[in-house]
Design a protein around this ligand. Structure first.
Ligand code: ATP
Ligand code: MG
Length: 147
C-alpha cells in the first residue's frame, strides 16, 4: 500500500496583469509520504504561497493535478475541498485569521464542530490542544488579547 499523502503532478500557474504575465509554477512535481516533513524554501516572490494555495485547493493551477491521498483535489467540488481541508489539513498563517469575537477555545472548537464532532468531544480536544501549547491560562481570551 502506498503511504503517499500528498502529490503534485505537472503543476503550472501564471498570473497575468495587463500585458505582463508571470510564470510562477513551472511544472512542479513532488510527493510527500506519511510522517515526512517538508519545507518549501525560496526567496520572496518565488511562489511558495501560490504553491501552498494550490496544494490546499484554495486556488487552481492552470495545469496539473493535486492528489490528497487518493482524492484528486483538482477535480473536486468546492464543498469536497472544504471537507478535505477541514479533516486532513492544518494551516498556520502569517496573519492568523482567527475570529476576533470568539475566545481562543471557541476558535479551536469551531472547525471541529463544522466537521461534525460532538460539542463535548470538541471542547475536550480543543482544551487539550491549547494546554499542550501552553495556553491553559488563555482559553477564554479573545485573539486581540493573545500575543
Ligand atoms: N493575485 C496575484 N496576481 C498577480 N500576481 C501575483 C498574485 N499573487 C502572487 N503574484 C505574483 O506571483 C509571484 C509569487 O508570489 P507568492 O506570493 O506565491 O510568493 P512567495 O514565495 O509566497 O513570497 P513571500 O516569501 O513574500 O511570501 C510573485 O511574483 C507575485 O508578485
Ligand atoms: Mg508567501
Amino acid at each position: 500500500m502506498s503511504d503517499v499523502v500528498l502529490q503534485a503532478i505537472g503543476l503550472r500557474k501564471s498570473y497575468t496583469q495587463g500585458r505582463s504575465s508571470v510564470e510562477v509554477l513551472k511544472d512542479v512535481n513532488f510527493q510527500v509520504n506519511a510522517g515526512e516533513r517538508v519545507a518549501v524554501v525560496g526567496r520572496s516572490g518565488s511562489g511558495k504561497s501560490t504553491l501552498l494555495h494550490v496544494l490546499a485547493g484554495l486556488d487552481d493551477a492552470d495545469e496539473g493535478t493535486v492528489l490528497v491521498g487518493d482524492v484528486d483535489l483538482s477535480a473536486a467540488s468546492q464543498a469536497q475541498r472544504a471537507k478535505i481541508r477541514n479533516s486532513s489539513m492544518g494551516f498556520v498563517y502569517q496573519f492568523h485569521h482567527l475570529l476576533p469575537e470568539f475566545t481562543a477555545l471557541e476558535n479551536v472548537v469551531m472547525p471541529l464542530r463544522l466537521g461534525g464532532v460532538a460539542v463535548d468531544v470538541a471542547k475536550r480536544q480543543s482544551r487539550e490542544l491549547l494546554v499542550a501549547v501552553g495556553l491553559e491560562q488563555r482559553l477564554e481570551h479573545r485573539p486581540s488579547a493573545l500575543s
